[in-house]
Design a protein around this ligand. Structure first.
Ligand SMILES: [Zn+2]
Length: 80
């Protein structure tokens, strides 16, 4: 898994988030933070999002068994 692959994966997560309307007002979610949580030995990509319209907070979870913390950090640095 290269950084490029991970970035592609993160971008596809962002497109899922962009395609999901706010469940309160139908507005767009903005990704605030991206982190890895390990549940039962499987890393999950946890993305905290906030509605740009009403401020409603929603957490998206993506199963990311191939991502480790270091690779995610590198990918995030490139994205920033
Ligand atoms: Zn909203």
């Amino acid at each position: 898994m290269t950084i490029k692959d991970i970035m592609k994966y993160i971008e596809s997560e962002f497109s899922v988030i962009n395609d999901t309307p706010c469940e309160i007002c139908g507005g767009d979610y903005i990704a605030e933070d991206l982190k890895i949580n390990v549940v039962d030995g499987v890393p999950y990509d946890i993305c905290d999002c906030i509605c740009s319209n009403c401020g409603y907070e929603k957490t998206f979870e993506f199963c990311a068994p191939f991502i480790d913390e270091n690779s995610l950090k590198k990918a995030k640095n490139i994205l920033n």
